[in-house]
Design a protein around this ligand. Structure first.
Ligand SMILES: Nc1ncnc2c1ncn2[C@@H]1O[C@H](COP(=O)(O)OP(=O)(O)O)[C@@H](O)[C@H]1O
Ligand SMILES: [Mg+2]
Length: 222
């Protein structure tokens, strides 16, 4: 069986595989030598289950994510649909500047994250490297750090709003790393999409919590 590596991440290797006559993508969590074997198995198993579960949940919420074909809890592999697309970050990095099409993807990404949050799921790493454009359609990938909170957000649930704000802060920081000068503009567009899923009240609450997190970080580094 041929294995074509796609990426090697911090905890997983990704490769293409010929499976039932299809080309599928395999995300495999490899053992970490520095962890005791039983503990290592436990962690990899937990994260594999968590990722697959969050992907299934996201799909139920109507967000385009790769189809899951198989979850193998012996080898800690998820076999999923291979999306032959371009990461959104590539468009954002291109020299042609930020055109309407790209801005619209940013808005759609914000909308997807808003739908996740409204559905009680924190993505964990909602950066434009984890959004793929396939035939003009945006997909969300990499649910490895997701958290399923199991309840919808409400304005009184400060703990939950804080988790959602941390998620958005990851996005904002990724924009800053890409385009320091246009990061606020990009984040505003992202929030426009987010707001249409989360509503104005919750969006304002989460947004002001992002600002608070950022003020705390500023004090902390002084
Ligand atoms: N279903 C998929 N189809 C195509 N490419 C994918 C798919 N899933 C992941 N990739 C590619 O592999 C890279 C790493 O996968 P990801 O799930 O983000 O793992 P990591 O946790 O290592 O970031 C992604 O940035 C993307 O380029
Ligand atoms: Mg990733």
């Amino acid at each position: 069986m041929s294995r074509k590596p796609i990426a090697i991440g911090a905890e997983a290797v990704l490769y293409l595989e010929d499976w039932l006559g299809m080309t599928v993508l395999v995300k495999e969590r490899v053992p970490k030598g520095y962890r005791r074997a039983e503990f290592d198995n436990y962690i990899r198993r937990l994260r594999t289950i968590n990722e697959a579960r969050a992907m299934l949940r996201a799909r139920e919420l109507g967000i385009p994510v790769p189809r899951i074909y198989d979850v193998d809890l012996v080898n800690m592999r998820i076999r999923m649909e291979y999306l032959n697309g371009v990461p959104l970050v590539k468009f954002l990095m291109s020299n042609e500047g930020l055109n309407d099409k790209v801005i619209n993807y940013v808005r759609i990404m914000g909308n997807y994250v808003g739908i996740l949050h409204r559905g009680g799921i924190v993505h964990g790493d909602p950066t434009p490297a984890n959004a793929l454009v396939v035939d003009d359609k945006l997909y969300l990938i990499d649910f490895g750090l997701s958290e399923i909170l199991g309840r919808p957000p409400n304005a009184q649930d400060i703990r939950m709003l804080y988790k959602l704000a941390l998620d958005l802060n990851v996005t904002l920081r990724s924009f800053e790393a890409l385009h320091k000068d246009q990061s606020n503009f990009l984040f505003t567009e992202f929030l426009n999409g987010y707001r249409s899923a989360m509503g104005p009240e919750l969006t304002d609450r989460v947004k002001s919590m992002v600002n608070r997190i950022r003020r705390m970080v500023r004090y902390a580094v002084r």
